[in-house]
Design a protein around this ligand. Structure first.
Ligand code: DX5
Ligand code: ZN
Length: 210
């Protein structure tokens, strides 16, 4: 299981320090939630922040683009330091072109699906993808409740994609339900609120033991 703590819930006044704590606690990835105010209502942060933390971290930077027209920003996110770029199938005009752009830069390509988006929409691209992200909340906000009905989608994707394929879940993960997502077949876990509430190091260690 790979843990990808989401910095959306971090204290941005001490972001560099918190990224160091995450890295020292043993997490392998860092989840970077980019929001554009169009695909989702909220705004978050983008390239300048990624560039700043890139200098201080060797973690795999897992960029989750919750933006319209992701093709406009793929190269810029990679220039800023992303190791993997995940775009939404609902937002991309040409998913294959986006995947190509990411792979041409030698980075990992992933497609994200909103909770109500049918799994079938991503299946034509599966063979060329490094990961699929199944959203377990409606994107746009941290701290929401895990949507249980996505478990069936995780199980179905696991049976189709095989045991080594990376299936990421994002949203509403807690110390109490992470085992449900993992038993359904998820092997890359995003956690924001749960990691940053209280003792970051302890939360990461507990999540990684489950
Ligand atoms: C939601 C984001 C998530 C979010 C998860 O739009 O994509 O990555 O930060 O946060 P929690 O773990 O608080 O649900
Ligand atoms: Zn995310």
């Amino acid at each position: 299981m790979i843990l990808s703590p989401s910095i959306l819930s971090a204290d941005f006044a001490i972001l560099g320090e918190q990224v160091r704590v995450i890295e020292n606690a043993g997490a392998q990835w860092l989840h970077i939630d980019v929001m554009d105010g169009h695909f989702v209502d909220n705004l978050s942060f983008a390239m300048p922040v990624v560039k700043s933390i890139r200098k201080h971290s060797g973690l795999f930077f897992d960029a989750h683009l919750m933006i319209e027209n992701p093709e406009r920003y793929i190269d810029r996110m990679i220039d800023a330091g992303a190791d993997g770029v995940c775009f939404h199938i609902e937002a991309a005009k040409d998913p294959a072109q986006c995947m190509d752009m990411i792979h041409k830069r030698g980075k990992k390509a992933a497609i994200a699906l909103n909770p109500d988006t049918e799994l079938d929409t991503v299946l034509p691209y599966i063979n060329g993808l490094d990961m699929v992200l199944l959203m377990t909340v409606v994107p746009g906000l941290g701290g929401q409740k895990y949507i249980d009905r996505v478990n069936e989608k995780i199980k179905r994707l696991r049976s189709i994609a095989g045991e080594d394929f990376l299936i990421q879940v994002d949203g509403g993960i807690t110390l109490d339900n992470v085992d449900v997502a993992v038993s359904a077949g998820a092997n890359v876990i995003v956690a924001g609120t749960c990691v940053f509430s209280g003792d970051i190091e302890k939360n990461i260690k507990t999540l990684m033991k489950i």
